[in-house]
Ligand binder design. Structure first.
Ligand code: C2E
Ligand code: CA
Ligand code: CA
Length: 527
């Protein structure tokens, strides 16, 4: 306390004032003024009264100046304190939405945990519901409406979160990531609050006359029920949010301890995938593609294969989806394409290479350029490559997909629409985009020889292809009978276990050699 008093800015004026009061009391006690007046009268010639008056005037002016200086100093101090607090506010809030940011969250966490530690009876401590929110499809709206539009959307979402009365505190933690805090003592039904919040965010948001629909994935956790420390509970809400995201869009998931185990497994899976990519362990295998009428080998489709250490083979659908989630699909795809092009270069020059592109890649305008640069690096001419895309890539971002397809088409690369019949492509898309071939999904082929309805569907797809001037390929031919039906129906190409399973690069060379030897011996026999 003494130290505080000694360093106080009020000490000096207080001492000066005290000294003045003491002198004044002393003077008053000893009739100093009367003594002075008597002395001045006795020495009239010394002009002491004028001197005294001057001393009084200067003294008062000095005191006035001194206190004015003190006042100015205190105002300056207040102004600085205000600026510091403004700066502190700015550093603790997101300047777009005005919501508290991560910095603020950290101090909130510290304060809450300190409070929790101090409570003797821990049931007295506050219990919080944590709602982790992550928008779905924000990037698309950002691309569509520009950054200013994206900013406005984020502001609206922030307003919708804060206008929910159950939300005591809401943070913007990053791009499209929010965290809302509920006091469970006042609002125990966390799920109901979360549902409410989700529904309010899902309502359309109009920006510059365009109606936008944003999605949101929501994860819930409770503190201290789910974790003794608040940071842990926030992480749990985040883990639940990722679960929600993986379960489909606009889901709400509540944290369960098993999710931690799943998260651990997933991060191990992610690490293994990155390590496999770094060691070039993911390899393309090749499945033959035949001209059904001529019975000729036309080329191969590259299908990625990965045998995960200690886990056996992993389905490409699984690791491709993981690579997409992790944002490494471009690297993985480029790696596979380069290898496949190098392998294809060793095949006879009339055999083609078909390569699958993931839907996500088709929303990257640069993918066409990268494919052409890989072709250049491997020395494979563009006309030997055919890229296969699925209908879902067209649904995501039609404009970019059509730009990419056009640039590939112009460079001479062919394009096939894969898994046809399972998506939503319409006739307009089929005729406007640069497709060379449609691949009839294997689900239609499986029962083409046993189910009249499936047979009619295949016939319809084949005549659609013919009408649009597109080649057709039937996937998943497993039986001789299926192959002859498709050939009779006029399907151009065929692929399936009956014609050849996917095999590695060395076995592919053997397959090619065996095919041409068989063809040569047939020619010899007929000659
Ligand atoms: P997809 O492009 O439709 O590939 C055909 C799938 O059908 C392959 O499965 C192939 O092994 C399988 N298949 C071929 N013939 C038959 C048959 O007669 N019967 C049956 N039951 N199945 C047959 P796979 O290799 O498991 O690939 C699954 C999917 O993973 C592929 O479907 C493709 O969408 C994706 N994929 C595979 N490799 C890549 C890749 O390098 N990049 C990308 N983006 N996706 C890939
Ligand atoms: Ca394919
Ligand atoms: Ca397919």
């Amino acid at each position: 306390m003494w130290r505080k008093l000694l360093s106080s800015k009020h000490l000096e004026p207080a001492l000066v004032s005290l000294l003045a009061i003491l002198v004044w009391i002393y003077g008053e006690q000893h009739d100093a003024f009367e003594t002075l007046v008597t002395f001045m009268e006795a020495h009239e010639g010394w002009e002491l009264d004028e001197l005294f008056l001057a001393a009084v005037v200067f003294g008062l002016a000095g005191a006035f100046n001194y206190y004015r200086h003190l006042y100015k100093q205190s105002e300056e101090g207040k102004r600085r304190a205000r600026a510091e607090s403004d700066l502190d506010w700015l550093s603790r809030h997101d300047n777009l939405t005005g919501l508290p940011n991560r910095h603020y969250l950290k101090s909130f966490v510290d304060k809450t945990e300190r409070g929790f530690g101090k409570k003797k009876n821990q049931s007295e401590a506050k219990s919080y519901g944590l709602i982790a929110l992550d928008l779905d499809g924000f990037k698309k709206i950002n691309d569509l409406t520009g950054h200013a539009g994206g900013d406005r959307l984020l502001k609206q979402v922030a307003e919708r979160i804060t206008s929910n009365e159950a939300i005591k505190l809401a943070f913007r933690l990053g791009g499209d990531e929010f965290l809302a805090v509920v006091n469970l003592a006042e609002t125990p039904d966390l799920e109901a609050v979360a549902e409410n919040l989700r529904n309010s965010i899902l309502k359309p948001i109009v920006i510059d006359g365009i109606t936008n629909h944003i999605g949101v994935s929501v994860g819930l956790a409770k503190y201290p029920q789910d974790s003794r420390d608040l940071t842990g509970a926030i992480n749990n809400a985040d883990i639940a949010m990722y679960h929600a995201k993986r379960s489909g869009k606009n889901c709400v998931a509540t944290f369960e301890p098993e999710m931690l185990e799943l998260k651990l497994q997933r991060s191990q899976f992610e690490q293994d995938l990155l390590a496999a990519m770094a060691r070039n362990e993911i390899k393309p295998h090749y499945q033959p593609l035949f001209d059904l009428k001529a019975g000729e080998l036309r080329g191969f489709e590259a299908l990625a294969r990965w045998t995960r250490n200690g886990h056996g083979p992993v389905s490409p659908e699984k690791f491709i989806a993981l690579a997409e989630d992790m944002g490494v699909i471009t690297e993985l795809s480029d790696q596979l394409l380069l290898q496949a092009c190098k392998d294809a270069k060793t095949w006879p020059a009339d055999l083609t290479l078909s390569f699958n592109l993931s839907p996500l890649q088709l929303s990257d305008r640069l993918v066409g350029l990268r494919i052409l640069s890989v072709l250049g690096e491997a020395g494979l001419p563009p006309h030997r490559l055919e890229v296969e895309i699925t209908e879902s890539s067209l649904v995501n971002d039609m404009e970019t997909a059509s730009f990419v397809l056009k640039s590939l088409h112009n460079a001479g690369v062919r394009i096939a629409l894969d898994d046809f019949g399972t998506g939503y492509s319409n006739l307009l898309q089929l005729s406007n985009l640069y497709f060379d071939r449609i691949k009839i999904d294997r689900s239609f082929i499986a029962s083409v020889n046993t189910d009249e309805k499936q047979m009619r569907i295949v016939k319809t797809i084949l005549s659609l292809g013919e009408g649009l001037g597109l080649h057709t390929t039937a996937e998943g031919i497993e039986e001789m009978e299926q192959m002859s039906i498709l050939k009779d129906l006029g399907c151009d190409y065929g692929q399936g276990f009956h014609l050849g399973k996917p095999v590695d690069a060395a076995q592919t060379t053997d397959f090619i050699v065996a095919h041409f030897e068989k063809k040569a011996s047939k020619l010899r026999v007929s000659a």
